[in-house]
Design a protein around this ligand. Sequence first.
Ligand SMILES: *Cc1c(COP(=O)(O)O)cnc(C)c1O
Length: 470
Amino acid sequence: MRFVSTRGGSSLGFIDSFLEGLAPDGGLYVPQQIPVIDKEKLDGWRTLSFQELAFEVLRLFVDGEIVDHDLEELIHTSFSTFTDDEVVPIKMVRENLAILELFHGPTYAFKDIALQFIGNLYAYIAKRKQEVIHILAATSGDTGAAAIYGVKGKPAISIAVLYPSGMVSRVQELQMTTVLDDNVLTLAVDGNFDDCQRIVKQLFSDEALKKPLSLRAVNSINFVRIIVQMVYYIYAYGKMRADGYNGPISFSVPTGNFGNIFSAYLAKRMGLPIASLLLATNSNDILTRFIDTGIYEPKDFAMTYSPAMDIQVASNFERYLYYLFDENVNQVKTIMEQFAATGRITVGDVLLSEVQKDFLSYSIDDENCVRTMKTYNEEYGYVLDPHTACGIAAFEKARTKETKPALWLCLSTAHPAKFSQAMAAAGTVPPMPESISSLMNEKQKVETIPCDAQAVALRLTRFFEVDHSQ
Ligand SMILES: *Cc1c(COP(=O)(O)O)cnc(C)c1O
């Protein structure tokens, strides 16, 4: 299968587009043709384990570039570190509401699902190509931790992670800074997540730097993340059908960078019959405003109880525009250039009604988030993390407008123990996994850096020049 840039510039195979990350023209890779999963195939997949299903889904995109046996092994290794046999267990919480728990990986957030696989895939490619691979990532907290765990200690790959200093939770920071392996560099940037993301994008588009350092991406600009995340939507759907539920199924997704929910959107385009797709934001509500008004425009950045969603510029949004514009790359290119120049994207009424068919959306403020955490703990005995609570609160709003009641699957994107500040505000005490509490006593390696692409570039050059493969 070929992958093309949303701005039309290039087309590459699976491994090359995976390695490339951002396309040279600044666009993002998307599959040239979306594979179709028909009803028969979906029915056949109902009984598969998560790993077996991941194999079937990935195979459609890998398209023979990795032999089946190796792909199976990569998948099995990647999910062997998850603590739940089902990988992504589903818990019925109340009538018509199930929670799809995506936090049973080594760093307790849904990012583990794609990133444990991606870490192993980089190691596999490094070995196959006899190349050294350098990974660069920006994180609002969870991506960095998951990517570091996916890479640490592996031969021929190393990783540098930028996170916004003082803006990630204590546990997130500890997960990143207590990893002392030589092939891991963690930098606390004096700025917010959008700054980190901007610096990373800048370094990736700087050919004078990207090529000599052979920088690779793990952020959701990397299409493989989107593909792996599709698996749990298809899996959850199949489970519900296998359990005998035949009505409509809707998903609620706490959203920041538009990565997770874009996976759902793509799964739907491939043929997964999703009734409604609900996009939940916190008070950083650029996506909700877009869905309401057709205007995409960053506003003031707010710090909330759900820091992984404290994002103004959603990097995957361009992929959605590509489909919204019917794969017209010139239109995407023009509008992204306009956005770079004016800081604003506007779509007209016809397209807006398309958008509103694709997504429902609500923005959830901190007060509602905390109230939802409290209520679900008291009434249903379920401890929500603050991101998941935004998704649940949005579901509560959406269901009052539903004409035909659906079964809702709300995605739980993190373990509550990662976010003690929000827990304290909600007065709930989450169960504390031993591997989280033990972090408090471990040695930390913290390095700060100014919010400046040049300073970061210099530091990265020093780090990546050293061969960490020994
Ligand atoms: C990353 C993250 C999100 C947002 O996911 P996107 O793919 O960026 O939309 C939500 N919740 C948690 C806990 C996260 O780590």
